[in-house]
Design a protein around this ligand. Structure first.
Ligand code: ACO
Length: 428
């Protein structure tokens, strides 16, 4: 028998259905609440609100579980292939070999930017933040791909997705080259997705950057671990913008902007700055924790805490192991990794963090790994965006294809002035 919840308001009783997800999560259906009772719910920051049904990603924050289309992320670590995961997220199942080859060929076909976009870079100041460049340039893809301003079938979605996933890495690398005053390096069709990105970042004319298999695997893994995380801030933004029937480029550009924030994807930059300050002696690990606990200080222990995870973020666990592996392979030692380990040890033993169940999140170790690949700090959030793009596309597609999908339009509790009259300027 379908379960119900009973709501009693002003002595009147209302029955509300209880919905259940495939992993047993239950939700009270309030979709007709206002119509039937005249009331709305109040849930600032939507921590208790399910805004959609989704088949893409499952997160169990209490138990530190993350699955893409049902597959635990730990199962993608053996021979990491970001493009296979991107296909899985967007199209809902693992691709066959032929499907994966066809999609990879499409990425190669579309890896160049329109010369018009390339010229745009010449007018960007060299010190422009790469996330601003990324958001603006992703949005400007709409100048040149009018045919995808509306996508009504899976085939044109696949075409638009391939262009975005391929070009975003070229845009990211060009943004970096611009900031260095270095010539742009065109993509090399012989290289696979991650190796090609590193080539565009680090090759110089007549001296090709050679990527090692360890670094290529590590970058694939970083992108995979960032690929989707259900209704996080940037994905919710992409869905909300898409719900107005805005095109995929505009919706994903909005996702880039949301991700930039230091409480979201921008936290990986904050973590690195925090670790560097400690390394340079400007802050001790103990003082760093004291500052993070001080409610009068806006500082936070970046890379710690999560709206959903009340346990170790499984992505952080994998990234930490990958850091140890990569440093052993390249026979290098990074003092920032020791500092991160020390901070983690102190925080996990500190009652403030224990009581609030604050653990390392995906951003705590990702920067150290990116740094080992030579990626500069101001490109960390850009790398997060490259990884998250398939998730945004999958979320946008799901929202777009939902027959019950309506424009996202929350309500509010108005607490402003009650009705009053306009006062002419010379009477004020
Ligand atoms: N350092 C210090 N205190 C923290 C931290 C932190 N990193 N994170 C949470 N807290 C505190 C809060 O101030 C709050 O304290 P209170 O109960 O005394 O008021 C308590 O812990 C509970 O916080 P939550 O309600 O769980 O936090 P919320 O869900 O609003 O925010 C967030 C989650 C933004 C990730 C937060 O933990 C944070 O700011 N972390 C640092 C930034 C960061 O690493 N962001 C990346 C997140 S992962 C991602 O977006 C990819």
């Amino acid at each position: 028998m379908a379960q119900k919840a009973t709501l009693i308001v002003d002595g009147k009783q209302f029955e509300l259905s209880i919905l259940e997800g495939t992993e047993g999560e239950r939700a009270i259906d309030i979709s007709r609440l206002r119509e039937e009772t005249g009331l709305i719910t109040f849930d600032p920051s939507m921590a208790n609100t399910g805004v959609c049904r989704s088949e893409i990603t499952f997160v169990d924050g209490e138990n530190g579980i993350l699955r893409y289309r049902g597959i635990p992320i730990e199962e993608f670590t053996e021979r990491p292939n970001f493009i296979e995961v991107a296909w899985l997220l967007i199209f809902g199942r693992l691709p066959t070999r032929d499907e994966l080859t066809a999609f990879s060929e499409k990425l190669t076909e579309h890896e160049l930017l329109h010369e018009g976009i390339k010229h745009q870079f010449q007018h960007i100041p060299v010190d422009a933040p790469p996330m601003a460049i990324l958001s603006a340039t992703v949005s400007s893809l709409a100048y040149y791909h009018h045919q995808f301003l509306s996508v009504e079938d899976t085939e044109s979605l696949a075409e638009a997705a391939a262009r975005l996933i391929s070009k975003v890495r070229t845009i990211a690398a060009f943004a970096y080259r611009r900031s260095q005053g270095m010539p742009f390096i065109y993509p090399d069709p012989k290289l696979r997705y991650c190796a090609n990105f590193l080539h565009m970042m680090f090759s110089i004319p007549y001296r090709q950057y050679v990527v090692t298999p360890e670094i290529e695997d590590a970058l694939n893994l970083v992108f995979i671990l960032h690929a989707d995380h259900e209704q996080n801030c940037s994905s919710s933004v992409v869905r909300a913008v898409g719900s107005a029937r805005a095109n995929l480029f505009a919706s994903c550009a909005a996702g880039v902007s949301a991700l930039w924030g230091p409480l979201h994807g921008g936290a990986n930059v904050e973590v690195m700055q925090m670790l560097e300050r400690i390394h340079q002696g400007g802050l001790s690990p103990e003082q760093c924790l004291r500052d993070a606990k001080d409610k009068t200080n806006p500082f936070r222990l970046y890379g710690f805490g999560h709206r959903i995870y009340k346990n170790y973020d499984p992505r952080a666990k994998i990234l930490k192991q990958m850091c140890e592996k990569v440093f052993a392979q390249v026979k290098r030692h990074d003092p920032l990794l020791d500092i991160a380990r020390k901070l983690e040890e102190l925080a996990l033993a500190d009652p403030y963090f224990v009581e609030r169940r604050l653990y390392p999140n995906v951003d705590f170790y990702s920067g150290i790994l990116l740094r080992a690949m030579g990626i500069p700090t101001n490109m960390f959030t850009v790398c997060f965006a490259i990884g998250r793009l398939p998730g945004w596309i999958a979320q946008w597609k799901e929202q777009h294809e939902d027959p019950a999908g309506r424009i996202v339009r929350p309500r509010q509790l108005y607490v402003g002035p009650v009705k009053k009259h306009y006062v002419p300027l010379d009477e004020r």
